[in-house]
Design a protein around this ligand. Structure first.
Ligand SMILES: *Cc1c(COP(=O)(O)O)cnc(C)c1O
Length: 373
C-alpha cells in the first residue's frame, strides 16, 4: 500500500476499502521459516501491514497471543484437537488492541491530530490506549448502558467520553455528525481499511502456530466481523506468498440469540443482513445490530463451507464457569459463546472427531465480572 493519505470508505460506492500489497515483493522480503526470530507482537509481519515507517508502529505488546490446547475441556467432551486463541492476553484485555494498534499507527503516520470511535466497549478502551501512546486526542462514543468499567477505562486513558442514548450504530451516527467530526479521523469498524489489517494478523499467527497447516474449523464470536473478514483475507495473502496451500478452515460465526443479524441472513440465504431490532445481550462485543461488512462475513462463511449459529446469554455464562474451572482462563461471554457453539456443532456431527478446532477467547472476563454475580 503506497498511499499516504487517510481514507475511509470507497468514495464511489461507500463500501469498505481493503488494503492491497505487493505480495510478490513481500514474499521476497520475508522468509517464512525465519519469522520466529521476529518481534513477539503483531508487528512481526510488517511487510503486510499498512505502516511504512517503523517509527510510527505503536506497540503495547499486542498480538502474538498464546494458542492453548484445551486438554481438560477437550477430554470431557471427547475431542482431542480443541484449541483456544487467547486474545484476553492483549493490552486493554481484548483483541480490539490489534485493530487499534494498527489503525492509530496509520493515523499518526498520515498526520491525524484527533480520533473518534463509536464502540460497544472494548474498541473504545483500545483506541484510547493507543491514542494516548501516540499523543493524539481521542473522543469515544458509547451506548449509555455500557458497563461502567469501559467508561472508566477510557477516562483514565485520557479520552473524552460521550454516552449515547441507543446502540453502537446510533453512537456511530453521533460521532459522524459531531461539530468536530471534520477534524477527527473516525476509526469506526470497517469504515476505514486499517483496523482490519491489525485483526487479520490472527490469521497469520494461527498459520504460524500450526506450522503453516491451517486447522479445520475456526469458531468466531461475530459482531462487526473484522476478525473473521481479516483472517479470511490473511489466508489469501499467505497463499499468494506461497506460505500456505489453498486449503481453508471452515469459518463459523457465533452470535447472541438477542442480536443475530448474520445468523439470520446466513440461514435465509441473503447476501446482506437486515438490521436487528431491539438488540440485547450481555456480550457487548456482539451487540452490533447491523454490520457494514455483512456481505464479506457471509461470503467467507459460505465460501469456506462454514456455518452460523446463536447462543443464549445464560449458556455463555455457564460455559465460562466450566471453561474457567477446567483450564484456568476467565473468558469473556463472547469467548464462552464459542465453546457453546463447539458443543452444538459436535453434537450435531458437523464437527467430526478428527477436526482441529480453534475457539477465540476475544477478551478477558474481568471487564464483565458483574455478569456472573
Ligand atoms: C468486538 C468484540 C467482538 C466482535 O468482534 P468483531 O470483529 O467486531 O466481530 C467479540 N468479542 C469481544 C470481546 C469484542 O470486544
Amino acid at each position: 500500500m503506497e498511499s499516504s493519505t487517510l481514507v475511509n470508505l470507497c468514495p464511489k460506492c461507500s463500501k469498505p476499502l481493503l488494503a492491497r500489497y505487493d505480495l510478490v515483493k513481500a514474499a521476497s522480503l520475508i522468509d517464512r521459516s525465519q519469522v520466529h526470530h521476529r518481534d513477539n507482537s503483531l508487528w512481526r509481519y510488517p511487510e503486510v501491514l499498512p505502516v511504512h515507517n517503523p517509527a510510527f508502529r505503536l506497540t503495547l505488546g499486542e498480538g502474538w497471543t498464546p494458542l492453548l490446547k484445551m486438554s481438560k475441556i477437550g477430554k470431557a467432551l471427547g475431542h482431542s484437537g480443541l484449541y483456544v486463541k487467547e486474545e484476553g492476553a492483549n493490552p486493554t484485555g481484548s483483541f480490539k488492541a490489534r485493530g487499534l494498534s494498527v489503525a492509530v499507527s496509520c493515523a499518526l503516520e498520515r498526520g491525524a491530530k484527533a480520533l473518534s470511535i463509536p464502540s460497544a466497549g472494548n474498541a473504545a478502551g483500545a483506541m484510547s490506549a493507543y491514542a494516548a501512546l501516540a499523543g493524539l486526542r481521542a473522543h469515544v462514543f458509547m451506548p449509555k448502558d455500557v458497563a461502567p468499567v469501559f467508561v472508566t477505562e477510557c477516562e483514565v486513558l485520557g479520552a473524552e467520553v460521550t454516552l449515547v442514548d441507543g446502540l453502537i450504530n446510533d453512537a456511530g451516527r453521533l460521532a459522524a455528525s459531531h461539530p468536530d467530526a471534520p477534524n477527527r479521523f473516525d476509526v469506526s469498524t470497517l469504515k476505514e481499511p486499517y483496523r482490519i489489517e491489525g485483526k487479520k494478523t490472527m490469521g497469520y499467527e494461527i498459520a504460524e502456530q500450526f506450522n503453516w497447516e491451517l486447522p479445520d474449523v475456526l469458531i468466531y464470536p461475530t459482531g462487526g466481523g473484522t476478525g473473521l473478514i481479516g483472517m479470511w483475507k490473511a489466508f489469501d495473502e499467505m497463499e499468494q506468498m506461497g506460505w500456505i496451500s489453498s486449503r481453508r478452515p471452515r469459518m463459523v460465526s457465533v452470535q447472541a440469540a438477542g442480536c443475530a443479524p448474520i445468523v439470520r441472513a446466513f440461514q435465509t440465504g441473503t447476501a446482506h443482513a437486515e438490521l436487528w431490532q431491539n438488540a440485547s445481550t450481555i456480550a457487548s462485543g456482539l451487540r452490533v445490530p447491523g454490520a457494514i461488512g455483512d456481505f464479506l462475513i457471509l461470503d467467507a462463511l459460505r465460501t469456506s463451507a462454514g456455518t452460523a449459529l446463536v447462543v443464549e446469554d445464560h449458556e455463555m455464562l455457564e460455559a465460562a464457569r466450566r471453561w474457567g474451572a477446567a483450564e484456568g482462563l476467565f473468558v469473556s461471554p463472547e469467548g464462552a459463546a464459542t465453546l457453546v457453539a463447539f458443543e452444538q456443532l459436535q453434537a450435531s456431527g458437523w464437527i467430526g472427531p478428527e477436526d482441529e478446532v480453534v475457539l477465540f477467547n476475544t477478551g478477558t472476563g474481568l471487564k464483565y465480572f458483574n455478569a456472573w454475580q
